[in-house]
Design a protein around this ligand. Structure first.
Ligand code: HEM
Length: 498
C-alpha cells in the first residue's frame, strides 16, 4: 500500500517536472541579442550566475560576443560587456528606467511604501534634490563632522593599547566606521550611552545585512529566521520620538526628515525610510573601507608610500602626529592626496560589483556605436556589470594584481584609460552610473580617506594571519563584495619620529 503511494507520488513529481521541461521557451526574435534560457524552467541560469557572476558572464561573452540575453530567475537580462558601449545605455534614461525598479526593491527590502508619483507627488524629486548637500562645498560640514567623530572613536578604541593588540580586521573597520558615520549623520542622544546604543544598532544591522542579498532576490522574509523582527527593531530606532531626542543631526538627514513629514505617512513608514538611508550610507562603505585597509596592510610598500603622503600633509600644515593631538584635514586637502585616493580606487576596482541595472520601458531599438542596434523588449532588464570592466586586461594591465598607484600619473590623478584605442568615459564604476549614480560618493570617498589617514597617523599595524582572502559572492551585483572570512591583524601606537 505504502509502496503504491510512494510510486504514485514519485510518478506525479517526475511527470510534473517533465511537463515543466516541455513548456515552450522564449525564442529569440530578429534583431535581438543571442539568448540563453537555461534548461530549468523559471530558474534559468540563476545558479550559475550567483556562483560566480564574472566567470559566468565571461564564458557567455566568449560564446556569444559582447551582447547577449540570459534568463535568470524569471527575468531576462541583456548584458552589455563592451565597456566602450556603456555610455549608450547610460544616456537612455527615458526608455531604460532605474527609479521604478529601485523603488520597488527598496520598498520590499526596507519595508516602506513605494514612493509612487500618484500617491506621493514630487516626493522622490524632493528627496533627490536634498542629496546636493553631500556634494561640492556643502560637503565641508559633513566632512569636518566625520573627522571629529572618527578621531573620537579611534581615541576611545586605542585608549588602552600600549603594546601590540590583535583584532579581526573586518570587525575593527565595521565598529569604527559604523559608529563614526552614524554619529555624523544621525547625531547623538545626549542622555544615552552613545557607544552602547550604537553597538546595539550595529549588531542588529550586521545581522540584517547578512540576509540583505536574499531579500533582494525576493526570498520571503518569513523564511529568513529572525530577520523580520530585527528589521522592525532597527526601524524603531528611527521613530519620531527617538529622532526628536537626537542633537547634531546632519543637514542631509534633517532635510529628509522635514520632507518626509510633509507627506501622509505612518511613523513606521518614515522611520523605514531613515533605515533605508542608513543602509545606503554604511552598507557599502564598511566593506569598501575594509578592502582599502586590507590591501594597504598586505602591501607594505603601498602602506609606506601612502603614510608618507599623509605625514607630508601634516608637516606642511604644521600639525603634530599622535593620538593625543587633534588632526584637521580639509576637503581640499583630502582631494590633494592622490596616492591615498589611488590606493582606495584600486581596492574599489578589485571589490566593487554593483550591477547597473535598467528596466526596459517599451519595445525599442537601442542604438550603439558603429551603427549597431539591438532590439529590446518591454519589461526585460539591461545590465552593465562593472567587474567585467575592472578586470579587463586591455584596460588594466595585470588586472588581478593590486597596484596602489595605478590611478596616478605624473603626480596627478590618472583619468585616461583606453579600450580598443578609445578613451573610456567610465573606467571605474563602484558608484553606479548615469541617473543611478550614488549621491553619497564624494562623502564616501572622503570618509574612507579620513579613516585611513587617522589610522596611519595613530598606529603601526601588520597582519597576524597570512591567508589569502576571497570574495563572498552572495552580494555579487549588489555593491561592494564582502570578504569570505575575517582576518587577524595587530596594531600598536605609532612610534613617533618627531
Ligand atoms: C563606498 C561606499 C559606497 C558605494 C560603493 C555606493 C554605491 C552606490 C551605488 C552603486 C548606488 C546605485 C544603486 C544602483 O545602481 O542600484 C548607490 C545609491 C545610493 N547611495 Fe551609495 N554608495 C556608497 C556610499 C554611500 C554613502 C556614504 C551614502 C550616503 C551618506 C550613500 C547614499 C546613497 C543613496 C541615498 C543612494 C540611492 C540614490 C537614489 O535613490 O537614486 N551611498 N550607492
Amino acid at each position: 500500500m505504502l509502496d503504491t503511494l510512494l510510486y504514485t507520488v514519485t510518478g506525479l513529481v517526475l511527470g510534473g517536472l517533465l511537463l515543466l521541461l516541455l513548456l515552450p521557451r522564449r525564442q529569440r526574435r530578429e534583431g535581438e541579442p543571442p539568448l540563453e534560457n537555461g534548461w530549468i524552467p523559471f530558474i534559468g541560469l540563476a545558479y550559475e550566475f550567483h556562483k560566480n557572476a564574472l566567470e559566468f558572464l565571461i564564458s557567455r561573452q566568449q560564446k556569444y560576443g559582447d551582447i547577449f540575453t540570459v534568463h535568470v530567475a524569471g527575468k531576462y537580462i541583456t548584458f552589455i560587456m563592451d565597456s566602450t558601449q556603456f555610455q549608450y545605455v547610460i544616456k537612455h534614461g527615458k526608455q531604460l528606467d532605474f527609479h521604478e525598479f529601485a523603488n520597488s526593491l527598496s520598498s520590499r527590502t526596507f519595508d516602506h511604501p513605494r514612493l509612487t508619483e500618484a500617491k506621493f507627488p514630487h516626493l522622490n524629486d524632493k528627496l533627490h534634490r536634498i542629496y546636493k548637500i553631500m556634494q561640492g562645498r556643502a560637503l565641508d560640514k559633513l566632512t569636518d563632522s566625520m573627522m571629529g567623530n572618527l578621531q573620537r572613536v579611534f581615541k576611545w578604541k586605542f585608549s588602552q593599547a600600549t603594546d601590540w593588540k590583535a583584532e579581526k580586521m573586518y570587525q575593527f573597520c565595521c565598529c569604527i566606521m559604523f559608529e563614526a558615520s552614524f554619529m555624523t549623520l544621525y547625531g547623538r542622544d545626549p542622555i544615552a550611552d552613545g557607544h552602547k546604543v550604537i553597538s546595539e544598532i550595529r549588531e542588529k544591522f550586521t545581522k540584517f545585512d547578512a540576509k540583505f542579498p536574499y531579500l533582494v532576490i525576493n526570498i520571503p522574509i518569513a523564511l529568513l529566521g529572525a530577520t523580520k523582527k530585527i528589521r522592525e527593531e532597527l526601524i524603531h530606532f528611527f521613530f519620531p520620538n527617538k529622532m526628536e531626542k537626537r542633537s547634531e543631526i546632519s543637514e542631509v538627514v534633517q532635510e529628509r526628515k522635514n520632507v518626509l513629514e510633509q507627506y501622509e505617512l505612518q511613523d513606521y513608514d518614515r522611520a523605514a525610510h531613515h533605515f533605508a538611508f542608513l543602509w545606503a550610507s554604511v552598507g557599502n562603505t564598511i566593506p569598501a573601507t575594509f578592502w582599502a585597509m586590507y590591501y594597504l596592510v598586505r602591501h607594505p610598500e603601498a602602506l609606506a608610500a601612502v603614510r608618507d603622503e599623509i605625514d607630508h600633509l601634516l608637516q606642511s600644515t604644521g600639525q603634530k602626529k599622535g593620538p593625543e593631538y587633534d588632526i584637521h584635514i580639509t576637503r581640499e586637502q583630502l582631494d590633494s592626496m592622490v596616492l591615498l585616493g589611488s590606493a582606495i580606487k584600486e581596492s574599489f576596482r578589485l571589490c566593487a560589483a554593483s550591477m547597473n541595472i535598467r528596466l526596459v520601458q517599451e519595445d525599442f531599438d537601442l542604438e550603439l556605436e558603429g551603427n549597431q542596434t539591438i532590439r529590446l523588449r518591454k519589461d526585460d532588464f539591461i545590465a552593465l556589470y562593472p567587474p567585467a570592466l575592472h578586470m579587463d586586461p586591455e584596460i588594466y594591465e595585470d588586472p588581478e594584481r593590486y597596484k596602489y598607484d595605478r590611478f596616478v600619473e605624473n603626480g596627478k590623478e590618472k583619468i585616461l584609460f583606453y579600450k580598443k584605442g578609445k578613451k573610456l568615459k567610465e573606467y571605474l564604476m563602484p558608484f553606479g552610473s548615469g541617473t543611478s549614480k550614488c549621491p553619497g560618493r564624494f562623502f564616501a570617498m572622503n570618509e574612507i580617506k579620513q579613516f585611513l589617514a587617522v589610522l596611519l597617523i595613530y598606529v603601526d599595524m601588520e597582519l597576524v594571519e597570512h591567508k589569502a582572502l576571497g570574495h563572498d559572492n552572495r552580494r555579487s551585483g549588489l555593491g561592494i563584495l564582502l570578504p569570505n572570512s575575517d582576518i587577524m591583524f595587530r596594531f600598536k601606537p605609532r612610534t613617533l619620529d618627531l
